[in-house]
Design a protein. Structure first.
Length: 104
């Protein structure tokens, strides 16, 4: 049996650069998304990861409404305050739930 040695230095790096299936999609998204849309995407991802039961999400959304009334803004998903983040995650979980289950 013959063994072959291949040096990484001999590989053509241009092959990797030439095959980028995400380049066109990234280009379109970069041109069409603004800061507000990026924040919505970030909130949706955080809400999906949160794993909050729907009943808790409803309670958190009520608390988020009170937070908004007191402070003039909704809870921020990127806040340093863990409670504010949790309320924002709850709002997003409830938003996703309503979007997926309009009759619920």
């Amino acid at each position: 049996m013959r063994k072959f040695a291949l040096s990484v230095r001999e590989l053509d790096i241009d092959l990797i650069d030439g095959i980028n299936p995400f380049e066109a999609a990234y280009s379109v998204l970069a041109k069409s998304m603004n800061e507000q849309m990026l924040k919505q995407v970030e909130a949706a991802i955080a809400g999906k990861r949160a794993g909050i039961p729907i009943e808790e999400a409803r309670d958190l959304a009520k608390r988020a409404r009170k937070f908004r009334d007191e402070r003039g803004r909704l809870p921020d998903i990127k806040s340093q305050d863990a409670w504010e983040r949790r309320m924002a995650e709850g709002v997003e979980v409830l938003r996703r739930h309503v979007a997926l289950n309009p009759n619920a």
